[in-house]
Write a protein that binds this ligand. Structure first.
Ligand code: GTP
Ligand code: MG
Length: 196
């Protein structure tokens, strides 16, 4: 069933700015990670659309919880990034209440894709998020984004570094590139499992 999962169609549904606006009709996959790590780009790559989820080189673009309906029976949820100091919050580098509400209140949340930039060591916040997901029993997988930015021959080495920090085995981290679609089908197949 999960093999060769395909996105037949995807459309933007709505954006929530408050827990009262969260949707819960369908199973959902959420994309979580630091600002600018490539969450919206990964969604676009998976659904084969260049601009379904808005992307930007300026950190902190996605501020709401954005729902996309995929194949008419599941949601892809693009979350705001964390670790971006907003004005007035400079010393409180933590994720927003909206992110936390979403993760704790979404009963149909089946999978979180936790994104880290393949070039950088995961931050304290990444580790905190990983722990948060674990403690709250939310199934997650780690995606290392922007793999096209390093030499192919170095990918394994960078994954080893990330794996060490996050205390997982290297095989649990999937490198991805929104530019060339590296491991796109592998990620889609993980997502396909949520509807079984
Ligand atoms: N080369 C390359 N650039 C990427 C990749 N993924 C994202 N980017 C670039 O990184 C920047 C941020 O990407 P977004 O997808 O907007 O990141 P985000 O995590 O949604 O950011 P926020 O919404 O601000 O939290 C954009 O300039 C993208 O074009 C990738 O796989 N390869
Ligand atoms: Mg975004």
């Amino acid at each position: 069933m999960s093999e060769n999962f395909r996105v037949k169609n995807a459309k933007y549904l709505t954006s929530a700015v408050h827990r009262d606006n969260f949707l819960n009709e369908f199973p959902e996959v959420a994309f979580v990670g630091r600002s600018n790590v490539g969450k919206s780009s990964l969604i676009n790559n998976l659904v084969n659309q260049r601009r379904l989820a808005k992307t930007s080189s300026t950190a902190g673009l996605t501020k709401m919880v954005n729902y996309f309906l995929v194949n008419g029976n599941m949601y892809f949820v693009d979350l705001p990034g964390y670790g971006y100091s907003q004005t007035g919050k400079k010393h409180r580098e933590i994720w927003s209440d909206l992110i936390e509400d979403y993760l704790l209140l979404s009963e149909n949340l089946k999978l979180v894709l936790l994104l880290v930039d393949i070039r950088h060591k995961p931050t304290e916040l990444d580790m905190l998020m990983q722990k948060f997901l674990y403690v709250h029993n939310i199934p997650y997988r780690i995606i290392a984004t922007k793999a096209d930015k390093i030499a192919k021959s170095k990918v394994g080495q960078y994954l080893t570094e990330i794996a060490k920090v996050l205390q997982v085995t290297k095989n649990n981290i999937i490198p991805h590139s929104s530019s060339d679609g590296l491991n796109k089908q592998k990620i889609l197949d993980l997502i396909g499992e949520i509807n079984e």
